[in-house]
Write a protein that binds this ligand. Structure first.
Ligand code: AKG
Length: 293
């Protein structure tokens, strides 16, 4: 059920680790309107967005937008009334153990072929000392995310170690900052559309670049693609590669499968099969994997 109330174990996890994944937090249907507005921003990026990774030596009208940055609510204040917004404020208040208010939203959009990582940083390094121990962020992707397409990474427990020194990358002219935390405690958080992560203002976090160019080329040349129902499995049939997508939890997947099949049908895509792991015994799974053409 979307829009859950934070329970005691989630509150305790957040206090100890400084981050939390909330699965099925928001109803994907409630995100459609937001997605349309974000598409408008991407389309009119020269006027409605900044380039957060604006390279030094590049003129304003030549910006690449490797990390497009904007604020949908600045253009459409009615988003303040959206269910996902009021829910995230209530859930965030429970995690912090004090009432928090919505401050700002931030759209970060990365192009699939040539983007930049959002380097390790702590939000308090941007926010300043007025928000010492007072702020947290709810991060809400508008598509499934994994390590290949920009999912969130955290330094586990890093919120208890103060604000690290932050620097500006030498080749960037926007206000991008980075720090260099101990990556041995890094956790990555692949999540599906509708799930969100929360992080404390002092938790170091990063998202990798989305550089699907190389993966796309490898998949295009492969005889077949076998993978989970993640972003690459949806893409592979459209690259002309027969695909077997395995899954073990069909919650939220039905509409994806319907939309994918519809899209494949309209562009003569390659074969697309799905395999529900829960419906198979182990021996059948081995046999099935061997049988796939
Ligand atoms: O989405 C990203 O690339 C990074 C987001 C981020 O740094 C944040 O939400 O605090």
């Amino acid at each position: 059920m979307p829009y859950p109330t934070a329970d005691a174990s989630q509150i305790a996890f957040f206090a100890e680790h400084g981050w939390l994944v909330v699965t099925d937090a928001v109803d994907p249907d409630d995100l459609r309107d937001l997605e349309d507005r974000c598409d408008t921003i991407v389309e009119k990026r020269d006027k409605m967005a900044f380039d957060w990774a604006w390279a030094k030596g590049t003129e304003r009208d030549q910006r690449d937008f490797k990390i497009l940055q904007s604020s949908p609510t600045m253009f459409w204040p009615e988003l303040n009334e959206a269910r996902f917004r009021t829910w995230s404020v209530a859930f965030g208040s429970a995690l912090m153990g004090r009432a928090v208010e919505f401050w700002y939203d931030q759209l970060l959009a990365k192009p699939p072929q040539r983007s930049a990582p959002t380097y390790w940083h702590q939000d308090e390094a941007y926010w300043g000392r007025n928000l010492d121990e007072r702020g947290l962020t709810c991060w809400m992707p508008l598509h499934d995310v994994d390590e290949q397409n920009g999912c969130m990474h955290f330094i586990d427990g890093g919120h208890r170690e103060g604000v690290l020194e932050h620097r500006q990358p030498a080749d960037v002219q926007s206000d991008l900052l980075y720090c260099t935390p101990d990556e041995s405690r890094m956790v990555s958080c692949p999540i599906r559309l509708g799930s969100v992560t929360f992080h404390h203002g002092k938790t170091p976090h990063m998202t990798p670049a989305i550089n699907l160019g190389l993966q796309t080329e490898v998949i295009r040349r492969a005889r077949r693609f076998v993978g989970t129902c993640g972003s690459l499995a949806w893409l592979a049939p459209m690259l002309g590669t027969d695909t077997l997508a395995v899954y073990s939890d069909d919650h939220l997947l039905t509409s994806h499968l319907y939309a994918a099949r519809h899209a494949y049908g309209s562009i003569a895509a390659a074969r697309f099969d799905v395999l529900d792991l829960n419906a198979l015994e182990h021996s059948e799974l081995v046999a099935h994997a061997g049988r796939h053409p």
